[in-house]
Design a protein around this ligand. Structure first.
Ligand code: HEC
Ligand code: HEC
Ligand code: HEC
Ligand code: HEC
Ligand code: HEC
Length: 489
């Protein structure tokens, strides 16, 4: 009975204010739907990213908004319970006082429930906005390229946020703020196509990549075998073999060496670049643990006028964080700028699908024909698909009419494979064509610094010796001798 009175009292309390009533209405309508959906989601039944967006970005906030209105109405409305007469009325009459106690108990009870629900919503919402589905699928038009390339990469099981945000609250907040801007750009259709790199708000690689990879532990050399197909009639399968000097960042007395020498904590490489894409490097400063420095300049770099000034600039660099203007401390990303959004070159894309058999190697000249038809720029994916199909058919009709007539399935398979090679790497709708994004893990990346242009005052350059980074053991050979020796065959 008493409980009923308390509820009635509470309802009266709410209905005294229009604002509270309105808030209560929203909450009452939203609550059951929301609770049901959140439970379904947490159980893993909901997969549609738009639906999750609706739950966490619309229903969740709506309910919280309703609760806030209720509280504001009760405490600060015209009929606020803080008014003197109101308090007096309750405290002077014992039976009223009893009711007030009940109401307070009820409110405490409801608050506990609300806190639980809000926690659930926040938990679900937090996980949702951290999920690969939110990042990669929700704005699928914008992220189509990144998402597709990601799924085909070694990091396809690493969530987007692991690299793009990393641990800790401050980066989380930064990311959400820039995320809001992105949502706005998406809604107003004003986002850039393609999305420009380098990503300005990307957290320094040393804090993200090194959560999982420790440079001091990369040891030794790595044997890398590359399969390729020549553009002759038989699509001859050849291989290149190289020993990559992956090296280490140095660990417990082991000297830093090889390619990962750059990320040793003893070396600091700071460089200046002339363009946004960081492709033209004009100055490289190498600081070693013993405090010695080497400064390499390109000929057109304006020399700092005095040693003091240089010293001053060095200090500035040290204090300046990642993203200082046109200046950067080298880290993983200066080589691994495409750890997961790996767009292949036309040749690589075709070779990979030939190795798996998706493009049949028994079809004469398919490597040559495939390369010819996927390379030109197309305006839409559909246009590309149609053109690839028509051109391949036309070519075989002219040169191998018997295949077109007798072995149509083989030809169809090849067409399908070639289209896959295209659609996995090129996204004309968002202006991602072949080679839109440069992969620095190649001569393009290394030779930005390892070249003849950058020189110290004494004329030293950063080495370009072919054996500095790798030993080429075989190049485009049908049966590399070295693989027999190593008994890889
Ligand atoms: C292994 C780490 C890693 C993961 C996982 C990852 N990214 Fe990236 N992402 C990067 C790096 C590194 C860059 C390039 C940064 C640069 O060049 O400055 C990048 C760039 C981007 C760009 C800019 C365009 C481009 O291609 O350079 C977008 C958009 C993007 N990522 C979205 C995503 C989405 C969506 C996911 C999840 C589906 C994801 N990323 C997962 C590391 C990662
Ligand atoms: C959450 C953990 C995690 C983070 C963060 C992460 N990686 Fe990885 N990385 C992995 C896993 C898992 C693999 C795949 C290992 C495998 O399957 O052999 C991998 C593989 C790699 C490889 C080897 C690729 C190959 O071809 O075999 C490279 C290079 C690499 N990561 C670089 C990076 C860089 C650079 C970053 C920072 C942008 C980064 N990773 C961030 C977990 C991570
Ligand atoms: C100077 C360029 C450069 C820098 C800087 C660099 N790497 Fe690498 N890394 C390479 C090259 C080249 C390879 C070999 C790639 C291959 O196998 O094709 C490699 C290989 C790797 C591998 C795979 C190792 C294996 O045995 O397969 C991982 C993981 C990796 N790097 C992570 C990192 C991380 C994390 C950082 C930053 C702390 C980093 N790298 C900095 C160039 C670099
Ligand atoms: C931002 C400039 C820069 C880039 C980019 C760069 N390097 Fe270097 N690298 C240097 C400097 C500086 C040295 C030291 C030169 C010296 O000591 O004379 C060096 C030295 C090396 C060494 C010798 C390390 C040792 O054991 O002493 C190797 C190996 C190497 N780089 C490989 C690479 C590879 C592979 C890439 C591309 C994936 C690359 N570098 C990209 C600046 C760079
Ligand atoms: C600063 C480091 C560095 C130097 C110096 C260097 N390379 Fe490379 N080279 C690389 C890297 C990194 C790759 C890409 C490895 C991979 O695919 O993972 C590569 C790949 C190659 C390949 C294989 C290409 C392919 O995809 O089949 C050949 C061939 C090659 N280099 C030849 C040379 C020759 C010849 C020289 C001397 C003029 C040279 N390199 C100097 C870093 C270097």
């Amino acid at each position: 009975m008493r409980f009923r009175e308390a509820i009635i009292g509470f309802i009266q309390l709410i209905t005294r204010s229009k604002l509270s009533s309105f808030g209560a209405l929203i909450t009452t309508v939203v609550f059951p739907v929301l609770a049901f959906l959140v439970i379904l989601d947490i159980q893993g039944y909901i997969h549609n990213p738009y639906f999750k967006l609706f739950i966490y970005m619309f229903l969740g906030p709506a309910m919280i908004f309703g609760l806030i209105l209720v509280a504001v109405g009760i405490f600060f409305g015209k009929q606020s319970i803080f008014r003197y007469e109101y308090v007096k009325e309750y405290f002077s009459d014992p039976s009223r006082f009893q009711q007030a106690r009940q109401i307070i108990l009820l409110v405490v009870f409801l608050t506990v429930i609300n806190v639980i629900i809000i926690t659930l919503i926040s938990y679900g919402g937090y996980h949702y906005t951290e999920s690969v589905s939110f990042c990669g699928e929700l704005c699928h038009k914008v992220m189509k390229g990144e998402y597709t390339a990601y799924q085909n990469s070694p990091h396809s099981r690493v969530a987007c946020v692991e690299c793009h945000i990393g641990p800790g609250a401050s980066w989380w907040v930064k990311a959400k703020i820039s995320g809001l801007k992105e949502v706005w750009a998406y809604l107003t259709n004003s986002y850039p196509r393609p999305i420009p790199t380098p990503v300005k708000a990307l957290r320094p690689a040393r804090e993200t990549c090194e959560e999982c990879h420790r440079p001091e532990f990369f040891h030794g050399d790595k044997l890398k075998i590359k399969d390729k197909f020549l553009d002759d009639e038989h699509n001859t399968h050849v291989r290149s073999v190289m020993l990559l000097k992956v090296g280490t960042g140095g660990f417990r007395g082991m000297r830093a060496q090889g390619i990962h020498w750059h990320v040793s904590h003893d070396n600091k490489i700071i460089y200046r670049y002339a363009d946004e894409a960081r492709q033209q490097i004009t100055e490289v400063i190498l600081e070693k643990a013993d405090g010695s420095r080497m400064i390499f300049h390109s000929p057109d770099f304006e020399q700092s006028s005095s040693p003091q000034q240089e010293e001053q600039e060095g200090k500035e660099v040290r204090h300046r964080e990642e993203g200082g203007k046109h200046q950067r401390i080298m880290d993983c990303m200066d080589c691994h700028n495409r750890p997961t959004h790996i767009y292949l070159s036309p040749e690589e894309a075709i070779d990979q699908l030939m190795i798996t058999g998706e493009i049949p190697t028994e079809l004469p000249y398919i490597k040559k024909v495939a390369l010819e038809v996927i390379t030109p720029p197309y305006r839409t994916t559909q246009e590309a698909k149609d053109a690839i199909r028509t051109k391949i058919r036309a070519w075989y009709k002219e040169h191998y009419p018997n295949i077109v007539e007798e072995n149509n399935p083989l030809l169809e398979k090849a067409i399908h494979g070639v289209i896959t090679a295209y659609t996995e790497n090129v996204f004309p709708e968002i202006n991602i064509q072949w080679n839109t994004y440069v992969n620095f893990l190649s001569h393009d990346g290394c030779f930005r610094c390892h070249n003849e242009e950058l020189e110290t005052k004494a004329g030293e350059v950063i080495s370009q010796d072919c054996e500095l980074c790798h030993v080429i053991l075989a190049e485009d050979e049908k049966e590399p001798e070295i693989l027999k020796q190593l008994q890889c065959e």
